[in-house]
Design a protein around this ligand. Structure first.
Ligand code: NAP
Length: 321
């Protein structure tokens, strides 16, 4: 008998066919809607696998799915999952590293460039018919090339950012992680340093750490206060890594030149967030990996992981619990 998979992410016809050839699929378009929740409650008791990205999975949900073997997340970040609960219950968790690295780094650089050169703010002026004469100093941006790029977290995405900064923009690169990475230093002429040193010396600070108990609130008022006056902060990690209220204060106080934010403490971001009225903030709706090619590659990766796990193999991208 085929194993039962609850799918809560739409797949391309080819990937859906691949999944359906090997498993019995229940597709739930929106597991958070009342109707979706009811269908989820009905499907979980017989589910061997889950595939999607939007659900938080911990003890409560796992208890409803006693036959569950594998959860294949369509994301690299695993902050939505209670890893201890997975371990206790012997459920395998997989994610989608590597396939989204370059695209997410591109998003980080797009935010960095857009904020530094005020692309969104000035494009809005052009659209509004307010381009009457050549721009003056009040509309000038700041250079990116040759400025210091500080990367908090130097994993896959951090290194892809370093590559762009070092080779594309001649930027000296500083980074902060648990320990130094000699191969990164050699490839990008980068330097490992403490978080405080990175904040003091960088013109651009880009957050690329995973959200964990250790990184929640990593950048708060004290840390923002250490940043160079006129520096720019880019967050492509997760909203709670940054204290948003402290960021709003730092932007209001004029200490920071601006911020590029792909992630927020609450998503979708509250429409009345002061961040949305600040011209020097470039907000994007969590689009780090959101290209056609990358989302398809992530879904393919998740399907491969799920099917491997359900066959009793060790999935290629198993999260070590
Ligand atoms: P990764 O390869 O695991 O890299 C994570 C890096 O963070 C590592 O260098 C790690 O340091 C460092 N780190 C972890 N905890 C730290 C701490 N407490 N202090 C300092 N450094 C710490 O992960 P990745 O593939 O680059 O992805 C990183 C994160 O980006 C994901 O977890 C996800 O939340 C986020 N992301 C967002 C989007 C988006 O749409 N905006 C898309 C993809 C990913 P060590 O090397 O020393 O262990």
């Amino acid at each position: 008998m085929k194993k039962h998979v609850v799918l809560y992410k739409s797949l391309s016809p080819a990937l859906l066919a691949q999944l359906e050839a090997a498993t019995e699929v229940t597709y739930i378009e929106d597991p958070k809607s009342p109707e979706g929740q009811a269908r989820l409650l009905q499907a979980l008791p017989s589910a061997h696998g889950l595939l999607g990205a939007s659900l938080r999975v911990g003890d409560e949900l796992l208890a409803l799915a006693p036959q569950l073997e594998v959860v294949a997340s369509v994301s690299v970040g695993v902050d939505k999952y209670d890893l201890a609960a997975f371990k206790r219950r012997g459920v395998t968790l997989t994610h989608t590293p590597n396939v989204l690295t370059d695209t997410t780094a591109d998003t980080g650089f797009a935010l960095l460039m857009a904020t530094a050169r005020r692309v969104v703010e000035l494009a809005a002026k052009v659209r509004a018919g307010q381009w009457k004469e050549s721009v003056g100093p009040s509309e000038f941006g700041t250079d990116v090339h040759h400025k210091t790029l500080g990367i908090v977290g130097m994993g896959r995405i951090g290194q892809a950012l370093a590559q762009r900064g070092h080779f594309g923009f001649d930027m000296p690169v500083l980074y902060h992680t648990h320990s130094a990475k000699p191969e990164v230093d050699a490839r990008f002429g980068a330097r490992h340093c403490s978080l405080d040193e990175l904040l003091r010396e960088s013109d651009f600070v880009c957050l690329t750490v995973p959200l964990t108990a250790a990184t929640e609130g990593l950048i708060g008022a004290r840390e923002l206060g250490l940043m160079k006056p006129g520096a720019i902060l880019v967050n492509i990690a997760r909203g709670p890594v940054l204290d948003e209220a402290a960021l709003i204060d730092a932007l209001r106080g004029g200490r920071l030149r601006g911020a590029g934010l792909d992630v927020f403490s609450q998503e979708p971001v509250a429409p009345d967030s002061p961040l949305l009225t600040m011209a020097n903030v470039v907000p994007t709706p969590h689009i780090g990996s959101a290209t056609h090619e990358t989302r398809e590659a992530m879904a393919a990766c998740a399907v491969e992981n799920l099917l491997a796990g359900l066959r009793g193999e060790v999935p290629p991208d198993r999260v070590v619990l």
